[in-house]
Write a protein of this length. Structure first.
Length: 284
């Protein structure tokens, strides 16, 4: 079967307004799939949809739904009733706060769990069944290196991304023999608008139009997704991410947590000035 026969006729892309999600939507359209674009901002979705129609000539639909709200999955399911969804991409739920857990309102953490855990479970349960029944289909769930071990200042995010990684692996173990390709794509630092905005806000890049140092291009991530689609359950994107995963696997779980904690402190946390009675320490 060609790509359209195996995964078409429709794809649903959650997080399709910009960054990796929008790039995935474009790539699926170029392969002949009609695309349902899902994100919060209707004007941005309309722009992406128009670009896809102009360049790929496929059908598009847009769903402006906040995935953090209760009942979001049911609204999506109802809005796509009658469409043959053969490919599901879940690329939503980045963390733009990077603040200590206790300094963050509880509803922010709850929204992260809703968006990154509850909704993908609900969507996979609904859309994977007809895929398995007809013996073809594809699911890509985007994860993060933050899910490899618990990290400070991103407690709910790292926990939810660990959930996403295991969710993709478990789905693959059940579905790959039924003709459904499932891939968990684990990203490291990636050049997305969300990351640019965060690093600019924290003074780490001079302009939101500047690519963050060391960030993987979005096109590389998309290429990795399609290159590894049938080689699930998990793909670590980029040499840096693969090296981090190898390091984590070579040490104890406790040591892994210490390593990632130091890395996060070095990247995001400005060290406090030591008190006169404290020796100066350095982050390694």
């Amino acid at each position: 079967m060609d790509f359209n026969q195996r995964y078409g006729p429709w794809a649903l892309v959650a997080g399709a307004s910009d960054g990796v999600g929008a790039a995935m939507a474009h790539a699926l359209a170029r392969r002949g799939l009609n695309v349902v674009l899902l994100a919060r901002r209707q004007p941005v979705l309309d722009t992406v949809a128009a670009q896809i129609r102009d360049t790929a000539g496929v059908e598009t639909r847009t769903l402006a739904i906040d995935l953090a709200e209760a009942g979001a999955a049911q609204r999506i399911i109802e809005s796509t009733a009658g469409l043959d969804i053969g490919f599901l991409v879940y690329c939503a739920g980045s963390d733009t706060n990077v603040t200590p857990f206790l300094d963050t309102p509880l509803d922010v953490a709850e929204s992260m769990v809703q968006r990154n855990c509850m909704v993908p479970v609900q969507l996979c349960h609904h859309y994977a069944k007809p895929m398995a029944d007809r013996g073809r289909g594809g699911i890509v769930i985007f994860g993060s290196g933050a899910g490899l071990a618990g990290a400070p200042n991103m407690v709910a995010y790292s926990a939810s991304k660990a959930f996403d990684m295991v969710l993709a692996e478990a789905l693959w173990s059940e579905l790959h023999t039924k003709g459904v390709d499932v891939l968990g794509l684990i990203l490291g630092k990636t050049d997305t608008p969300a990351l640019r905005a965060l690093e600019f806000r924290r003074g780490q890049i001079a302009s939101p139009d500047t690519a963050p140092p060391g960030a993987a291009p979005v096109d590389d991530v998309v290429a990795a997704a399609f290159a590894n689609l049938t080689a699930g359950p998990t793909c670590l994107v980029g040499e840096d991410m693969q090296a981090v995963a190898e390091l984590m696997a070579s040490v104890s779980r406790n040591e892994a947590v210490h390593i990632i904690a130091r890395a996060v402190e070095h990247r995001w946390v400005k060290p406090a000035l030591p008190r006169p009675d404290q020796p100066r320490t350095s982050v390694r």
